[in-house]
Every structure is written in structure tokens, then in C-alpha cells.
Design a protein around this ligand. Structure first.
Ligand code: FMN
Length: 318
């Protein structure tokens, strides 16, 4: 039997997503039936870390309107008939981060993904549903076949990560913050280690797979967790990001003084919205939960697809 070819593409600023990809890929790299090609994305101009306050927020209009800073395309393989392409990315402003968007827009990236079996691997704070919807649309446009989606998030309370994630991005320190009141930012090390179970399941199943079998390999393994209370907030915030992003792009180029002025207004609006809309929609959602049970269950199953949450039936992981 010829070895199956896996391409893994990713980029990480703090090393978090790299560690997650290491964990998932380790069992594949140990398999004699699988050959892994790992390609780190290289932004032409590196993104700053830690971020300055203005640069951080000024990145949002182009991120949500999928107009990314370019990556070095010459660092990508020209082609290759991969049996599985693993795309590892993080969420920026409820959208796929710029480097992976630049990859999907590049000529070589499109060639590598077009028509291929794809698995997405997301590491972020906790809001990824709308970003994955955008990503799914881009994959459909390339006739790519999304077979699995794994998402690891920060397991602390939303209110804590609302402080710790920006603090991490803007200072470069993970925390804990405020004398231990706010736990350290990021995905727990134990969860990253445990992500090797996804690699093990792929290493078991991929070599036996028929070329036209696009069923998920990771069902029943808890590939994603859906926080149903965030669904409405994500939808509202995503719409608002698109509107404000369009306005800011009309006002000026990134870094221009007039844009900074509107950006300052926007940041006030954003923080107000997060501390009002998110809890209020969560409370409303909780109050009307009994009436919405059927709809919520359908939404949950939709966003959890294709790999599903822990406890969802999985019959192909043997
Ligand atoms: C500009 C920017 C915007 C972000 N926006 C979000 C977001 O909307 N939702 C989310 O869950 N995480 C968000 N994050 C956190 C990232 O998804 C990710 O967890 C973090 O950047 C660490 O990833 P890395 O070090 O592997 O690159 C954002 C990070 C940055 C730098």
C-alpha cells in the first residue's frame, strides 16, 4: 500500500497553535503508512507581538473583510496530491486570522486545497463559530471537502478571558492577572497534550480510507464544544464588525490619523457592546431556553458538524 500524504499548514504567534499542531501530528509522523509535510506560513511582514493597542484594533477592518497582509507564497509547495490537508488557524475578530486567509487567497494555497479532503484545526479564545462559517464558505468555493473540525479554546470563564486574552496580546504575558483573580490566558497544556487523540484516530483510519470517503474521522472524540449562549452574541457582533469595518476602510488606510479617530470611537462602542450585549443576550437566551430547545439543539448540531461534540455517536473510530 502506498503511504498516504498529509499536508499541515499553520502559523502561530505565541507558539500556542504550533504546540497544538505538534500534538495532533505526532501520531501521524510516527505512522509508517503516512507521510507528513508541514508548512509554516510566513507573513511577508511579521505581525508584532506583543501588539500595540492601535495596531491590534486597526487590524480588524481588513481581517473581517478578508483583505489580508500577504504571506510569502514562494515558501509553499507548488502542488501535491495530498490525501488530507490540515489547516491550522486562529480566530481574529470572529474571522479567520489574516495569515490563513492570505493562504487561501494565494495561487499556490488554492491549488493545494482545491478538491482536497480538509480538516480544520482552530485554537482561539472561545468565539469561533462565525469564523468557521466564513472559512467553510471559502472551502466550498474551492470544492474542498471538509471532513473534520477540531477546536480548542481557553477553558476559563468568558468574563475572565475577555480580560486575559487582550492582556496577553497587548503585554505578551499570559498572566494570571489582577493578583490571580483572572487565570492565565490560553488553552490548557493538558488539553493540548490530549489533542494527540485526534492524530491517533486519523493515523488509524486514513491509511484504510477509500479516496471518495469523506465521512468524519473524529466523531465521538469531543472535537468541538459548542457554547450555545454565545451563538446569538457571535451573530450580532459579526454583523457589527462587518459594518464598522466597512466604515473604517472608507475613512482611511490602516494607520491613518482620520481612521484612528473613528477607531477610538469604535473601541468604546465595542467594549460597551461586549459588556452589555453579550451578558444580556446570554440572560435572554437562558430565560427563553425552554421554548427554544428544539431550535437550539438544531443549531448546536449544525455548528458542531462535521466532527461533533463529546458524547455524540461515533461509529468509525475503531
Ligand atoms: C488581533 C487578534 C484578534 C483576536 N480575536 C479573537 C476572536 O475574535 N475570538 C477568539 O476566540 N480569539 C481571538 N483572538 C485570540 C486568538 O484566536 C489566539 O488564541 C491567540 O492569538 C493565540 O494564538 P497563536 O499564538 O497560536 O497565534 C485574537 C487574537 C488576535 C491577535
Amino acid at each position: 500500500m502506498t503511504a498516504k500524504k498529509v499536508l499541515a499548514v499553520g502559523w502561530s504567534q505565541t507558539g500556542q497553535l504550533d504546540a497544538l499542531l505538534d500534538s495532533v501530528l505526532a501520531p501521524l509522523e510516527q505512522s509508517s503508512q503516512i507521510v507528513v509535510t508541514r508548512v509554516p506560513l510566513r507573513p511577508v511582514e511579521p505581525f508584532p507581538f506583543p501588539w500595540s493597542f492601535w495596531r491590534f484594533f486597526d487590524t480588524f477592518p481588513e481581517t473581517v473583510h478578508e483583505d489580508p497582509a500577504p504571506i510569502d507564497e514562494s515558501a509553499l509547495p507548488e502542488d501535491g496530491d495530498y490525501d488530507l490537508v490540515i489547516l491550522a488557524w486562529q480566530v481574529w475578530f470572529l474571522s479567520p486570522a489574516m495569515p490563513i486567509t492570505a493562504f487561501l487567497q494565494s495561487e499556490r494555497g488554492r491549488r493545494l486545497v482545491r478538491g482536497r479532503r480538509v480538516m480544520t484545526l482552530i485554537g482561539c479564545r472561545n468565539m469561533w463559530l462565525m469564523a468557521q462559517e466564513t472559512f467553510k464558505q471559502r472551502l466550498r468555493e474551492l470544492d474542498a471537502r471538509l471532513v473534520d473540525n477540531v477546536v480548542l479554546t481557553d477553558s476559563s470563564h468568558s468574563a475572565a478571558t475577555f480580560i486575559s486574552t487582550p492582556a496577553w496580546m497587548l503585554t505578551g504575558r499570559r498572566g494570571p492577572f489582577l493578583g490571580g483573580l483572572v487565570p492565565a490566558a490560553g488553552i490548557e497544556a493538558g488539553e493540548i497534550r490530549a489533542a494527540s487523540r485526534f492524530g491517533e484516530a486519523i493515523a488509524r483510519q486514513l491509511p484504510e480510507r477509500a479516496d471518495d470517503d469523506d465521512s468524519p474521522m473524529l466523531r465521538g472524540l469531543g472535537a468541538v464544544k459548542i457554547n450555545e449562549r454565545l451563538i446569538a452574541s457571535e451573530r450580532i457582533a459579526h454583523r457589527s464588525f462587518r459594518l464598522w469595518g466597512a466604515l473604517l476602510r472608507r475613512v482611511g488606510r490602516p494607520g491613518s490619523p482620520q481612521r484612528r479617530l473613528v477607531l477610538a470611537l469604535y473601541v468604546v462602542f465595542l467594549v460597551t457592546m461586549i459588556i452589555t450585549v453579550v451578558p444580556v443576550t446570554a440572560i435572554i437566551k437562558r430565560l427563553i431556553a425552554p421554548l427554544m430547545r428544539g431550535r437550539t439543539a438544531r443549531q448546536r448540531a449544525y455548528y458542531a458538524a462535521p466532527s461533533g461534540e463529546a458524547g455524540e455517536a461515533g461509529n468509525n473510530n475503531t
